[in-house]
Unconditional design. Structure first.
Ligand code: SF4
Length: 412
């Protein structure tokens, strides 16, 4: 891999050295595809056409498959499709069976085991769907499922029930009904385009979709959820950015989980989106042995800011069938959040959420900072664990009387 920095991390304490290495921007390079022309390599259609999608191909490129990966890959297409772009494949460390990139995209036999509490539709999206391909769970916004395809497939995908059966459609077969529902529902002011990955559509198709939505007067705000800048940064062309910038306010939420995903290619692609005036946020999923580690997560959120991306959500992994081996504990998630808040820039701290199983929506979870409160005062803890008292402005009236005592037992 080619480095673009001359900083060295030797002489630093182990954690700091590890963080410093994780934060270096590195190119994915050409790896196995070194004989491919630059024109082909940088063409997103070429990348899609040459994805790694089968066991024999994977074995040839990576003879170090573990027995669990071999068995999982044999069955891959019965649960969730296997596809990895050549660009992203180059980020895998074939010599490290615990490589965090590898765990996200290479199937494992554990995917075939399903716990009693795991579900095909863990967020209950199908039960909040007024027309096929549209989810209306919250009052003022809808999730618009644009396509059922992705550039590569994540082993923990919440929508594996959709993307594993991808038919390759461009617009959803119920596209006109999706648009019509939004048009006749004035409460919808915010539309999130997702899938699958909406950036797999051609510029022309996306342009058409966005212009149809922009023609609806009550749609104030458009969002696009995509993992393409990470799996396929070649897709973020100047022409795409020029088209997207016509539809402001338009935000883009990317999906990245580990600092090694933030390469020089990704940083440049995100820079093109940011230069088009598109505010960028990131959604991560907390994954066991991928990013359930404070040093890794801190490096990741700090590196995202360097790419002009605001960490937005950290998701507790949904109860997706076959994902137990990838789910980290909520306890671990809270520990990581406590290690971020106050210890690094507020802009770098995402909101940690659990999507309430079965369709309850996103519930923010946070370490306890309010220890106790009554009518007169609030007892708070700072990031260092020190305790402070804030006098309550009861009903907007200034407080003159001495606050009542708070029982220590209430917060110990
Ligand atoms: S990119 Fe998103 S929709 Fe596609 S497989 Fe990954 S998590 Fe699922």
């Amino acid at each position: 891999m080619a480095l673009d920095s001359t900083r060295t991390s030797k002489d630093l304490p182990a954690d700091a050295a590890h963080a410093s290495d994780l934060k270096r921007f590195v190119s994915a390079g050409r790896g196995f595809w070194s004989n491919v022309s630059a024109a082909d390599w940088n063409d997103w259609h070429w990348q899609l056409k040459h994805r790694v999608t089968a066991l024999d191909q994977l074995q040839r490129l990576m003879p170090t498959l573990t027995p669990e990966e071999y068995a999982g890959t044999q069955l891959a297409n019965t649960k969730l499709a296997l596809a990895i772009t050549p660009y992203f494949f180059n980020l895998i460390d074939a010599a490290d069976e615990h490589c965090p990139i590898r765990r996200q995209v290479i199937p494992r036999i554990e995917e075939t085991g399903t716990a009693a509490w795991e579900m095909a539709d863990p967020c209950g999206e199908d039960s909040h769907s007024p027309v096929p391909g549209l989810v209306h769970r919250y009052p003022d916004r809808v999730l618009f499922l644009v396509t059922d395809r992705c550039a590569a497939y994540c082993r923990y995908c919440t929508r594996s029930r959709l993307v594993s059966n991808a038919t390759g459609y461009d617009f959803h077969p119920h596209f006109e009904e999706q648009i019509d529902y939004i048009r006749r529902t004035p409460s919808v002011r915010d539309v999130l385009l997702s899938g699958g990955d909406p950036l797999l559509l051609s510029d022309e198709k996306l342009d058409h979709l966005l212009s149809r939505l922009r023609a609806i007067p009550h749609v104030e705000f458009l969002r696009l959820g995509t993992r393409i800048p990470i799996f396929l940064p070649q897709r973020i062309t100047p022409a795409l950015c020029a088209m997207l910038r016509q539809y402001h306010p338009l935000f883009v939420s990317i999906h990245s989980n580990h600092p090694r995903e933030l390469t020089t290619e990704v940083r440049e692609a995100l820079g093109r989106l940011a230069d088009a005036g598109i505010p960028l946020g990131n959604q991560s999923v907390l994954l066991r042995h991928v990013n359930d580690d404070l040093v890794v997560m801190r490096a990741h959120v700090q590196k995202l800011l360097m790419c002009r991306v605001r960490p937005y959500y950290l998701y507790q992994c949904d109860l997706i069938a076959g994902s137990a081996h990838l789910r980290a504990s909520v306890r671990k998630g809270l520990e990581i959040m406590a290690g971020l808040r106050g210890h690094t820039s507020g802009y770098a701290v995402p909101t940690y959420v659990i999507d309430a199983p079965g369709g309850g929506g996103k519930v923010p979870v946070s370490p306890e900072y309010v220890l106790s409160r009554n009518h007169d005062r609030v007892l708070i803890r700072n990031y260092e664990g020190r305790i402070f008292e804030y006098p309550e402005a009861a009903d907007g009236r200034p407080l003159f009387a001495a606050p009542r005592a708070i029982e220590e037992s209430a917060f110990l």
